[in-house]
Design a protein around this ligand. Structure first.
Ligand code: AMP
Length: 540
C-alpha cells in the first residue's frame, strides 16, 4: 500500500521561492568584481533569477541544455544558477583554475550552449574561444559601464541582458530527477569526469548540509561562503543558506587573508567554510596584524587534510569551533563532518582536539564503510585501514556521457580514499589509494606523516610519497618547503617526528625543495612528485 501524501517534486527553485517568501528582506552581500561591496536581498535575488530564466527562454534554451558559468561567488552568480535550473537547463560550473586544455575538453564534452563569465576570466575564455565552438553566446557578469571590449562572440553585459526582460516567468515544472547541475572532477589522471546532479539530489543535499552537526544554519546566522560555487555546489551552501534564510556573504575574487578578514568583521560573519590554504592566509594576516575574530563561531574546513596545528590555533587562540569535513565532487560533495558528539563530551580537551583531526562522522543520507582489497567489510575499530565506500541519494551512480560502471553490485561507490572508522563513527582519511605507502606488506599513511611534519617549526609545507625500496617494497620520502629564513635540516625534522609516529613510519630520507606542485583544487600532486623523484634512490 502506498502512502497518501502529495507528490511534491524536490526542485531547486522551490528553495528560492521559500527564501523570498519567508526571508525576502534578508540581506545578501557581495564583494563585487568591479570593487565595491554590493547589497541585495533574497527577494531581489529571486526576482532577478526569474529574469535570467526568462531571458534564457528568449535565447531558445530548452530542458537539458548545458549553460556554463565561469564565475566567483557573487549575487549575480547565484541568480544565474537558480535561473538556469528553473528553466530545466543544466548549470555547468567551470573551474577557472584548471589548465586551458582541461577547460576546453570540459566545455566541448559538456557541449555548453551559452556561457556566463566574470570580468576576471574573460582573458582565459578569449584565449580558448576558437576551441570551444559549441558556445554561441557569452554573458559577461557586469553592467554596461564596466563592459570591456571583447572578441567573444555575441558578448553582452549581464545587466543589459536581464534588463531587457521582466520577471513575469513561471518556473518550469519537471520530474525531480531531472538534471540540474554539472561539475567535472579535477582528477590528477585522465580526462576530467562530469558529475551530473539532479534537482532532487541538490535539494536533499542542501537539507543534509544544514543538519546541526554539519553547517546547522539558522535565519540568524551569517555565512561567508569562501568555498567557490565551482567546487561542487559550494559544499551545499548555495542551497542551505537560502533554505535557512541566512545572510549569505560572497567574497567575489578576494580570497587573501586581508580581504577575508575585512568581510568577517564588517558583516559580523558567524559561519564560514573553505579549504586549508585559505585559513593559512587568514591566520598569517591575523598574526601579523594582531587581530582577533570576535564574531566568528564556526569554521568548516575540508577539501584537503586540515593540519592539526590549524585546528588548535583557531580553537585555542581565537575561540572558533573548527569542523573538519571531508567529501568529494561525486558526493555533492559533503561526506563527513567532525563535530564533537555527546559521547565525546567526557573526553579531556587534548583528546577532543585529537579527535577533531579526524575527518568526522557521516550525516544522515550518507552511508559509509571500509572494505579490504577483495571487498570484504572491515571493522570500525579506528585502527584497520580500508577502501572507503559510500552510498546515498546525493552520491553519483555514473559519470556524464561515460559508459563505465562505477558502483559495486550492491550500490557502493569507491571513493579511492583509504580510511579508518572508529567505534564512535569518526572516519579518518589515511591516504588516496594510489598514494598509500606499502612497506613490508603493511600500509603507511602519507597524510599522517605530512600532518605531523607540518607541525615542525620551520616547515612551511610537507609532502610524503612512497619510493621503491629494495627490501621493503616502498618506503616514505619526506619533501619539505622551509619557512622563509628557516634553516631546519633533516636531523631537526627527524628529531621532531621521533615519538610522534611509529618507528617504522619514519621517512627514509628528507629533501628540501622550493616548490611542491598542486592541482587546481589545491591538492598536492603526488603523481608529479613521484615523477620528479623517480630516480631518487633509497638505500637499505
Ligand atoms: P574533489 O572531488 O576534487 O573535491 O576531491 C575529493 C578528494 O579530496 C577526496 O576523495 C579526498 O581524497 C580529498 N579530501 C577532501 N577533503 C579532505 C579532507 N578533509 N582530508 C583529506 N582529504 C580530503
Amino acid at each position: 500500500m502506498l502512502g497518501l501524501m502529495q507528490d511534491y517534486p524536490l526542485l531547486t527553485h522551490t528553495i528560492l521561492d521559500h527564501a523570498a517568501l519567508n526571508h525576502g528582506e534578508r540581506e545578501q552581500v557581495t564583494r563585487s568584481i568591479e570593487g565595491p561591496i554590493r547589497r541585495t536581498t533574497l527577494a531581489d535575488i529571486r526576482t532577478r533569477a526569474l529574469k535570467v530564466a526568462k531571458a534564457l527562454e528568449h535565447e531558445g534554451v530548452r530542458l537539458g541544455d548545458r549553460i556554463a558559468t565561469m564565475a566567483w561567488n557573487t549575487d549575480r552568480h547565484v541568480e544565474t544558477w537558480f535561473g538556469i535550473m528553473g528553466t530545466g537547463a543544466i548549470c555547468h560550473t567551470l573551474n577557472p583554475r584548471l589548465f586551458a586544455d582541461q577547460i576546453a575538453y570540459i566545455v566541448n564534452h559538456a557541449e555548453d550552449d551559452i556561457m556566463f563569465v566574470d570580468l576576471t576570466f574573460i582573458p582565459i575564455v578569449e584565449a580558448l574561444q576558437d576551441r570551444i565552438a559549441t558556445v554561441r553566446k557569452y554573458i559577461v557578469l557586469t553592467d554596461s559601464d564596466h563592459m570591456p571590449a571583447t572578441s567573444l562572440p555575441n558578448a553582452v553585459a549581464y545587466e543589459d541582458w536581464i534588463g531587457a526582460v521582466d520577471d513575469d516567468f513561471e518556473w518550469k515544472s519537471f520530474d525531480e530527477n531531472t538534471a540540474a547541475a554539472l561539475c567535472y572532477t579535477s582528477g590528477t589522471t585522465g580526462n576530467p569526469k562530469g558529475v551530473l546532479y539532479s534537482h532532487r539530489s541538490n535539494v536533499l543535499h542542501g537539507l543534509m548540509g544544514n543538519q546541526p552537526d554539519v553547517f546547522g544554519l539558522t535565519s540568524e546566522d551569517v555565512i561567508l561562503a569562501i568555498v567557490p560555487m565551482f567546487h561542487a555546489n559550494a559544499w551545499a551552501l548555495t542551497y542551505a543558506a537560502p533554505m535557512a534564510g541566512a545572510k549569505f556573504v560572497m567574497p567575489g575574487a578576494g580570497m587573501d587573508g586581508k580581504s577575508i578578514y575585512e568581510l568577517l568583521e564588517s558583516e559580523k560573519v558567524s559561519h564560514t567554510a573553505a579549504v586549508p590554504t585559505v585559513w593559512l592566509g587568514l591566520l598569517q594576516y591575523l598574526e601579523e596584524n594582531d587581530k582577533g575574530l570576535p564574531y566568528l563561531k564556526k569554521i568548516v574546513v575540508g577539501g584537503a587534510a586540515c593540519p592539526p596545528m590549524m585546528i588548535r590555533k583557531f580553537e585555542l587562540d581565537y575561540g572558533v569551533e573548527m569542523i573538519h569535513a571531508w567529501g568529494m565532487t561525486e558526493m555533492s560533495p559533503i561526506g563527513t563532518t567532525g563535530k564533537l558528539k555527546h559521547a565525546t563530551m567526557s573526553l579531556d580537551r587534548e583528546a577532543q582536539l585529537k579527535l577533531k583531526e579526524k575527518q568526522g562522522r557521516s550525516p544522515y543520507l550518507v552511508e559509509m564503510k571500509i572494505v579490504d582489497d577483495e571487498g570484504n567489510d572491515l571493522p570500525r575499530d579506528g585502527e584497520t585501514f580500508g577502501h572507503l565506500m559510500v552510498r546515498g541519494p546525493a552520491v553519483a551512480k555514473a559519470y556524464f556521457k561515460l559508459d563505465q560502471e562505477i558502483l559495486t553490485k550492491d550500490g557502493w561507490f569507491d571513493t579511492s580514499d583509504i580510511a579508518t572508522i572508529d567505534p564512535m563513527g569518526y572516519m579518518q582519511i589515511t591516504d588516496r589509494d594510489k598514494d598509500v605507502i606499502k612497506s613490508g606488506g603493511e600500509w603507511i599513511s602519507s597524510i599522517e606523516i605530512e600532518n605531523e611534519a607540518m607541525g615542525c617549526p620551520g616547515v612551511a609545507e610537507a609532502a610524503v610519497i612512497g619510493l621503491p625500496h629494495p627490501k621493503w617494497g616502498e618506503r616514505p620520502l619526506l619533501i619539505i618547503i622551509r619557512d622563509a629564513g628557516s634553516d631546519i635540516d633533516k636531523d631537526g625534522v627527524m628529531a621532531y617526528l621521533d615519538g610522534k609516529i611509529a618507528k617504522w613510519w619514519m621517512p627514509d630520507e628528507v629533501v628540501f625543495v622550493d616548490e611542491i606542485p598542486h592541482t587546481a583544487t589545491g591538492k598536492i600532486q603526488k603523481m608529479e612528485l613521484r615523477k620528479q623523484f623517480k630516480d631518487f634512490k633509497l638505500g637499505d
